[in-house]
Write a protein that binds this ligand. Structure first.
Ligand SMILES: [Cu+2]
Length: 177
């Protein structure tokens, strides 16, 4: 075989290899673009669900934060509770926990534990629900979350307002999936 024929043979072989590679790549691209789109359509079509509302039990405790009984413990409280003080006629109490989360349609079965010497209420103005919880006792309230949103709850005792409050967070049922 002379040099001229050898070169023609090599060029021909190279051209055939390039053509084969190009054919394989295009074939592969074709498969890649068709398969996933079919999968996506199937996935979207099957994304329907229903949420079965549940009853969730909560225990909420009333806790003293800054109250008269602590006046001997923190020297600044005497000033705070004096007639011109920032807490004149008031006390700071909290609900623990202060955020209760539900999904739309759920029912909250709330037990309020009041281990303190003061009376409290657990009142949800938006839902027109309230329970009076005497000192050293336990109260009970059942609330069904109809609409998504944030509903605040509070203690309606004049001495504890506006400090003692929390929130009932109702998430859309579609978020539960
Ligand atoms: Cu209270």
């Amino acid at each position: 075989m002379d040099i001229g024929n050898d070169r023609i043979f090599r060029v021909t072989m190279l051209a055939m290899v390039v053509a084969l590679v190009v054919a394989l790549v295009f074939d592969g691209v074709g498969h890649r673009t068709t398969s996933p789109s079919r999968t996506v359509v199937t996935t979207v079509a099957s994304r329907s669900f229903t949420y079965k509302p549940r009853t969730k039990a909560f225990i909420v405790t009333t806790v003293p934060l800054l109250v008269h009984e602590q006046a001997g413990q923190f020297d600044y409280l005497a000033k705070d509770f004096s007639k011109r003080g920032v807490l004149a006629g008031k006390e700071v109490w909290g609900f623990s926990p202060s955020t209760l989360t539900l999904y739309q349609g759920d029912t909250a079965d709330i037990t309020i534990v009041n281990p303190s010497g003061d009376d409290h209420t657990f009142t949800v103005p938006d839902l027109n629900k309230s329970v009076y919880v005497k000192a050293l006792s336990t109260g009970h309230l059942v609330v069904t979350a109809i609409n998504p949103g944030v509903h605040s709850f509070e203690c309606a005792m004049e001495e504890h307002m506006p400090f003692m409050w929390g929130q009932l967070v109702v998430l859309p049922a579609s978020d539960a999936a």
